[in-house]
Design a protein around this ligand. Structure first.
Ligand SMILES: NC(=O)c1ccc[n+]([C@@H]2O[C@H](COP(=O)([O-])OP(=O)(O)OC[C@H]3O[C@@H](n4cnc5c(N)ncnc54)[C@H](OP(=O)(O)O)[C@@H]3O)[C@@H](O)[C@H]2O)c1
Length: 292
């Protein structure tokens, strides 16, 4: 396994990646920012000092950056603060990695697409409608000038199956069981992907030595409404309690792409990725929440 440091290992994706890398290399370096953690090194991407981690000396070959300000509303409302992390600090860090002879690996998003057609493949033209998407696109476009061996891994919605992880399925389960009123878009379509499948795909991408942009997501495209309704059924609740809406009927959702489902031709050509069906995971998450 390529020895890879994780910048942003206190976040959802980063912590799952770090766990996998530490299975092979128990001393794998991971960093955190606002969370003080004994097992992670403190690191602020806005003032990156990668040399201080002495990665080359310790045999690292790659730096995978999961640090970000990924909240779409936050990016819209705090453009400069988000830019300082998502673009300014990110590019400086990726440059430092390349300068140290380490492969820079960046996690991007399906929000770089305009969401008009869905089914976007690795090389589909980007046209983001949100500040978050524009910031991610800016890094995607600059990274080839920084390092020929760079990797951009593009993700759709990533979810876990642990109770209380507050990701897609857990969130719907908790809200539905609490009887909260839910309005969910029928026209927002994406490719929800189990975090362990993402981690396995990233390890396969590294093992195969892929370069450039690689989409990674489950082949299943789901509307957000169908995910919520599926979760309700698994919990034995009536999906009719969920209010079906159009995404752009909510003022706060202006500019958000509708169908960001992706295809993963490069990944499929290089490995045989296994993606867990979302239905199976709904059952698993429902079981977390059922009494007894
Ligand atoms: N999760 C998804 O569904 C999804 C979908 C598409 C793309 N992505 C991309 O995947 C990556 C990981 O996402 P995630 O969901 O795991 O995000 P997350 O849970 O919000 O984690 C963000 C990470 O960034 C760190 N961070 C924030 N500000 C920082 C700073 N100034 N300096 C250094 N680190 C800083 C956080 O550290 P502290 O917590 O210690 O402050 C945390 O480790 C992001 O690039 C995101 O855009 C995620």
């Amino acid at each position: 396994m390529t020895k890879t440091a994780i910048i942003g290992a206190s976040g959802f994706v980063g912590r799952h990646l770090l766990k996998a890398y530490r299975r092979a290399h128990p001393d794998t370096i991971g960093t955190s920012f606002s969370q003080a953690r004994a097992d992670l090194a403190p690191f602020d991407i806005r003032k990156p000092d990668l040399a201080s981690l002495k990665l080359r000396e310790k045999g690292y070959q790659a730096v995978l950056v999961t640090s970000a300000k990924p909240n779409i509303g936050y990016c819209e409302q705090h453009k400069e603060e988000a830019y300082a992390v998502n673009v300014g600090g990110m590019l400086e860090l990726l440059r430092q990695a390349a300068g140290l002879g380490l492969q820079p690996i960046f996690l991007s998003t399906d929000y770089v697409f305009d969401g008009v057609t869905g089914g976007y493949d690795d090389d589909a033209p980007t046209r983001p409608g949100t500040e978050y998407g524009r910031q991610k696109e800016a890094v995607e476009k600059e990274l080839p000038r920084i390092a020929a061996n760079h990797l951009v891994i593009r993700l759709s919605k990533i979810y876990g199956v642990d109770k209380g992880d507050a990701t897609l399925l857990d969130d719907f389960a908790s809200s539905l069981l609490a009887g909260k009123p839910l309005s969910v878009a029928t026209d927002q379509v994406f490719s929800p992907t189990f975090v362990d499948d993402l981690v396995a795909s990233i390890l396969a991408i590294q093992e195969k030595g892929l370069r450039g942009v690689v989409n990674v997501c489950s082949p299943e495209a789901w509307s957000r409404y169908d995910v919520a309704a599926g979760m309700a059924k698994e919990l034995g609740l009536d999906p009719a309690r969920i209010n079906a809406i159009k995404l752009h009927s909510l003022a706060a959702m202006a500019g958000r792409p509708l169908n960001t489902s992706m295809k993963c031709s490069r990944l499929a050509a290089a490995s045989k990725p296994a993606f867990t069906p979302l239905r199976d995971q709904m059952r698993r998450v429902a079981a977390n929440w059922k009494p007894g």
